[in-house]
Design a protein around this ligand. Structure first.
Ligand code: AGP
Length: 618
């Protein structure tokens, strides 16, 4: 997820663009850039690696004149975070400059076609392909820039919010979107573009929300009665509707949610869609993970897979153990990185080590990788930050592409990690022939349904908030699950602990009779993750054992459940799905329960005490 800003109007563009980038830094901050057309008609592009402050320092002595410009703060998806890959990107003639938020899935095909026409590329990005395609289209089809943008975008598969400058038309700002947000601000003789309203709200409350596959042209010249025009990429004229902003700046940064954590919980249908984009192809009944495709033999010849991670990422790894052993039939060990790095483990050259880390900077996981590399193991990392330390020292990997996760309590990164690991298990199993084709196809198709099924679970947010009010008194919780949902119980307990400061433990449900059942009392709520799956009848018995001892049970069940719903005190329903995919649905109520209890208790949800978003020290 990146941030884009544009300006054209009566004032100098640069200060407005830089301030706008600062407002959007929560969307991504591994590099930034700005493009300006000055009074002499020069198109100046300045870019810097790192946060927006680095760009400001770089531009301090530069020509930043001009009343039209575009700017970008990057969250890398294609290509390392560096100045070459930073946006804006010039076209080959350096007449155009573009910024882009999104992922162009078919960029490789488009790039190959342009290279055949003699085009060359400086960066590894999909964005540079787009600006070259627009220039190629304009030159070869002899059309104006707006038409070239429309025609080029008709060839694009994927998501985009773009803005483009043409130094030969310094009075025109063009933008378009599909799948990534784009807002136009209407000021007094000045116009703004941005990924959301946060860079706009201090200048005007009049905005136009651009819809998918729409192109907006801002051309505020004196004799133009319609300075802002909107068409589809098929050039169908649209009537833009001007709306009034009602949210404050702080509310806007959180997307209107009170906390980043709640915003990120509710983002999960979109972020999982982004995470699967270009990888899960339901139409072709196929999963394509480049990190696996390029290293098939390492996985097919692996005698063992070691998963190393910390915290929530470790819980994702535990779920992966069930999936990899079920579908790929490779023995899996899941290690806490902090233990693995010191216990002198036996590591063999034909081992595959999967390192999972949202931040890509967790010190213990980094050290565990170093240890495994020294022993000759193959390192595959699952990470959310392109170019972070862990992916840089890994042999290969898979990015989760969920955008910056600001809340310290990991939510959207967790479901993306589980999705990536499930895709990996399915790819290995299909290649080895250890998963039957019918089951493979069923799961692939069901993966495509998960985002909409998560939407349905999120629809119970109010019910879960009511439960939170009932149980926020508790000093202790127990979370129980079996099979794929045992790690979900651990994750639910961690969510509650880290943001509400209530003690909570996760257990395999069958373990209760080996000691913990002695704890059961009315004062200690028991959360049981009990979707319809292979061990459903067993977990019903576990719930009955708890109820027999006057325990109070909150159960997460499959829609239409008729057994647990009769014995548990409170039920939260999730849609039916494949057993291996149930964690993607059953974790959502636990994220919301922890969030609402923490809010009822007045805790600092986004920045809980004693915690950091990335534990870069031992
Ligand atoms: C999860 O909610 C916590 N913030 C924490 O356990 C986190 O998962 C752990 O520190 C690992 O971080 P990483 O995924 O960035 O490596």
């Amino acid at each position: 997820m990146c941030g884009i800003v544009g300006y054209i109007g009566k004032r100098k563009a640069y200060p407005i663009l830089i301030k706008g980038l600062h407002r959007l830094e929560y969307r991504g901050y591994d590099s930034a850039g700005v493009a300006l057309i000055n009074e002499a008609g020069q198109l100046n592009v300045y870019k810097a690696k790192g946060k927006v402050a680095e760009l400001e320092a770089f531009c301090a002595e530069k020509d930043t004149c001009g009343n039209i410009g575009i700017a970008h703060t990057r969250w890398a998806t294609h290509g390392e975070p560096n100045t070459v890959n930073a946006h804006p990107h010039y076209s080959e003639s350096e007449r155009l400059a573009i910024i882009h938020n999104g992922i162009i899935e078919n960029y490789a095909v488009l790039k190959a076609g342009l290279m055949e026409q003699g085009y060359t590329f400086k960066s590894d990005t999909d964005t540079e392909v787009l600006v070259q395609l627009i220039e190629y289209t304009q030159v070869n089809r002899h059309v104006d820039l707006k038409t070239a943008v429309q025609l080029a975008l008709q060839q694009v598969i994927g998501a985009y919010a773009i803005s483009i400058l043409d130094k030969t038309h310094p009075d025109t700002l063009i933008a378009a979107r599909k799948g990534s947000p784009l807002v136009v601000g209407i000021g007094e003789d000045e116009y703004f573009l941005a990924s959301d309203a946060t860079p706009i709200v201090e200048y005007t409350d009049k905005v136009i929300y651009i819809e998918d596959e729409e192109v907006v042209v801002i051309h505020p010249v004196t004799d133009n009665p319609s300075p802002v025009t909107v068409t589809t990429i098929g050039n169908v004229q649209k009537t833009p509707e001007i709306k009034r902003l009602e949210l404050s700046l702080s509310q806007l940064e959180k997307g209107g949610y009170p906390h980043f954590m709640l915003k990120e919980i509710f983002e999960q249908p979109r972020t999982l869609t982004d995470s699967m984009r270009g990888r899960v192809n339901v139409r072709q009944d196929n999963i394509a993970l480049s990190g696996f495709i390029d290293n098939k033999d390492r996985f097919l010849n692996a005698k063992r897979i070691i998963i190393t991670a910390c915290g929530t990422s470790w819980h994702a790894g535990l779920i992966a153990m069930y999936a990899i052993e079920e579908f790929a039939q490779i023995p899996v060990e899941v290690e806490y990185s902090s233990e693995f790095r010191y216990r002198k483990p036996v590591i063999n050259k034909d081992d595959v080590v999967i390192a999972i880390s949202q931040s890509g900077e967790t010190a213990d996981t980094l050290a565990a990788i170093q240890l495994a590399k020294e022993k000759g193991a193959f390192i595959f990392s699952i990470c959310n930050v392109v170019g972070a330390s862990i992916p840089r020292v890994s042999d290969s990997g898979c990015y989760t592409h969920v955008g910056p996760e600001i809340g310290v309590a990991s939510t959207k990164a967790f479901t993306a990690q589980v999705t990536a690991l499930t895709m990996l298990a399915l790819c290995i199993g299909r290649e080895k022939g250890t998963i039957n084709e019918e089951q493979y196809l069923r799961i692939v198709r069901e993966l495509g349904q998960i985002p909409s099924k998560i939407e349905r679970v999120l629809g119970q947010d109010k019910l879960i908030g009511d439960f939170a009010k009932i149980f926020s008194y508790a000093q202790n919780f127990i979370y129980l699950g079996r099979g794929y949902n045992f790690p979900v119980a651990l994750e639910g307990a961690l969510k509650l602990k880290e943001i509400s400061y209530i003690h909570a433990e996760g257990y395999p449900a069958a373990e209760m009779k080996h000691g913990p059942i002695a704890l059961i009392s009315q004062e200690m709520p028991v959360v049981v993750v009990a979707p319809h799956c292979g061990t459903y009848e067993k977990i019903v018995s576990n719930i009955q054992e708890i109820k027999a001892r006057k325990g109070r049970v909150i159960a997460v069940v499959t829609e239409g459940d008729e057994l647990v719903s009769k014995i548990a005190d409170y039920c939260i329903e999730v849609p039916a799905t494949e057993e291996c995919l149930t964690p993607l649905l059953t974790v959502i109520p636990l994220q919301l329960l922890a969030y609402h209890i923490a809010v009822v208790k007045g805790c600092d949800v986004d920045q809980p005490r004693n915690l950091a978003k990335s534990v870069t020290v031992e």
